[in-house]
Design a protein around this ligand. Structure first.
Ligand code: UDP
Length: 241
């Protein structure tokens, strides 16, 4: 089931359902592109038809953040819970470990992705992991593409920032069975960015914690009130016959 939020058709799946879909895609070798859609991305795509079509053409679009969960409820088709990029990645690791999947991490500053790989391999030694930082030139890009293709990942995680990673993944669908845009997840996996304490996450206040820790996000978050207003207007339009 999907809910249309400002033109983006977000899946209503829970985390468990999303993980299960991805597991089946890997098992059955079904190419699957996943977008974790946060309010900024949804708002941007509302203004940009090309981006909107590109996101909507993904096989799975998850509700990345409490703002999207709220919007879905407002619009009458609740999603079960938020499915953020980093939570999805963390939830995939135990299965990837049990099934000995090949994972490729692309993105993050040089040094960061190596650190992320080290942390993950320590905990999940059966995952076959490779990666590359996300600051490659156009000339280097061909080599990066060849590296990924040669590795034949079951799952390719791309953290180049949105929407660049979404364009990049749509442009290179042949690289892996499952591909997921994961934003700044490698920074979190490497321990460069510390996530909000669990209590704050439970109270849906992780966004506030991130604003406090990364004040540069203030500018990006100014989109949130506009997102809220647009969703409320969409809700009114829906109710008016
Ligand atoms: N990044 C990258 N290459 C670039 C620009 C950004 O790999 O050319 C990485 C950056 O290091 C960071 C991620 O993309 O790890 C973007 O993180 P951010 O938290 O801004 O993304 P979000 O999760 O909000 O989409």
């Amino acid at each position: 089931m999907r809910v249309d939020i400002l033109g983006i058709t977000v899946n209503t799946y829970s985390m468990r359902e999303t993980v299960e879909k991805i597991r089946l895609s890997v098992e059955n070798q079904v190419r699957t592109r996943v977008v974790t859609a946060n309010p900024e991305m949804i708002y941007a795509s509302n203004q940009d038809q090309r981006l909107r079509e590109l996101i909507n053409s993904a096989d799975i679009i998850t509700a990345d953040g409490i703002g999207v969960v709220w919007a879905a409820r407002q619009l009458g088709t609740p999603v079960q819970e938020r499915v953020t990029g980093i939570d999805l990645v963390q939830s995939l690791f135990p299965i990837a470990n049990a099934q000995k999947w090949r994972l490729f991490f692309l993105g993050g500053k040089p040094g960061v992705v190596e650190k992320a790989i080290k942390q993950v391999v320590q905990k999940y030694p059966e995952i076959d992991l490779k990666g590359h930082h996300g600051y490659f030139s156009l000339e280097e890009e061909n080599r990066v593409l060849r590296d990924i293709l040669a590795f034949q990942p079951d799952v390719l995680l791309v953290g180049l920032g949105a929407p660049r990673q979404e364009y990049w993944l749509a442009q290179h669908p042949q690289l892996a069975t499952v591909s997921i845009g994961v934003g700044g997840s490698f920074d979190a996996l490497a321990g460069i960015v510390i996530r909000a304490p669990k209590r704050l996450q439970e109270f849906h206040l992780e966004w506030l914690y991130r604003l406090w820790k990364e004040p540069r996000r203030w500018k990006r978050q100014t989109v949130l009130p506009r997102f809220v207003i647009k969703v409320l207007l969409q809700g009114i339009g829906r109710k008016t016959p």
